[in-house]
Design a protein around this ligand. Structure first.
Ligand SMILES: [Zn+2]
Length: 287
């Protein structure tokens, strides 16, 4: 978590913000890959409303109906190719992946008997203001709960070296935060965060981030054998997170690399959101 960012915006709209830098990585036998970053936020407004009007309802996070919906729906997803240097192909790709995520998760919410709404998608080429206050350095993706918008930044580096798996994984992660938001898992998170001490806040952040990453892997598993990525690329990505997943974060608010890799693997192997219940998991598995 970026502390200055946090402190500065605490009195304004943003209660919680984290971001990491974009990273370029290479693994043997696979093309160069660009792993983008994540940013999360819970607005002060949401936090205040939740704190004032509801008791701390941990069941929203530990016993949410989304966990009892079985495997994530298989959707036919063809986001197309990502030719180097094409902003229009990049935009089309982001829009189509979002559409795939919408269809998969809409089915899941229907199964859970919970109302579903799509997030907004804003594709931008430079950082813009938003309801959550701002961008942290290096963030390529951002979900703002206040305006239910996924902000996806197209950077020159990603245009030079597009990596479909990395981009889809990032989108599915940000979408995972949207799932937490509309399933009300975040109602608990925000309320608990408001009364937590520092160590507890980091634990809550890890639960949220590891779950978003697990939800992402659940979606990625539905695209197994498709045009988005090869198994080798997936394995390489998990390995990259095992080794590097924590390096961008000054504090342990996303989990150690091996912890991130474990939740990715768990989500991918299971294919079900129920595998991603970090809130009920032993703290030993969310370090
Ligand atoms: Zn995140």
């Amino acid at each position: 978590m970026d502390h200055n960012h946090h402190t500065k915006l605490k009195t304004a709209a943003l209660a919680l913000a984290v971001a990491a830098t974009s990273q370029v990585f290479t693994f043997p036998g696979v093309a160069n890959a660009s792993a983008s970053s994540r940013t999360t936020s819970v607005t002060q407004a949401q936090q205040t409303a939740t704190t004032n009007t509801t008791a701390l309802n941990k069941g929203l996070a530990t016993n949410n109906r989304i966990y009892r919906t079985g495997r994530l729906a298989q959707v036919n997803c063809n986001p197309g190719s990502l030719p180097t240097g094409s902003t229009s192909a990049y935009r089309r790709f982001l829009t189509r992946v979002t559409d795939c995520l919408n269809r998969a998760w809409a089915t899941q919410f229907r199964k859970a008997g919970m109302p579903f709404s799509k997030p907004r998608l804003r594709i931008i080429t430079r950082k813009v203001g938003n309801a959550c206050g701002g961008w942290a350095t290096g963030a390529a993706g951002f979900y703002c709960s206040g305006d239910r918008t996924m902000y996806m930044l197209i950077t020159k580096r990603e245009l030079r070296q597009p990596f479909p798996l990395g981009i889809a994984r990032l989108m599915a992660h940000e979408y995972g935060h949207h799932v937490q938001n509309i399933s009300k898992i975040w109602n608990y998170y925000a309320a608990a965060n408001a009364r937590a001490g520092k160590a507890q806040r980091l634990q809550l952040s890890r639960n949220s981030e590891l779950q978003a990453e697990c939800f992402s892997a659940v979606f990625m598993s539905t695209q197994r054998g498709g045009s988005l990525f090869t198994e080798q690329e997936w394995d390489g990505t998990v390995e990259w997170f095992r080794q590097n997943g924590a390096k961008a974060w000054p504090q342990n608010d996303h989990g150690r690399g091996p912890t991130q890799a474990a939740w990715m693997t768990r989500g991918y192997n299971s294919g079900s959101p129920g595998a991603c219940n970090t809130w009920a998991a032993s703290p030993r598995t969310t370090t």
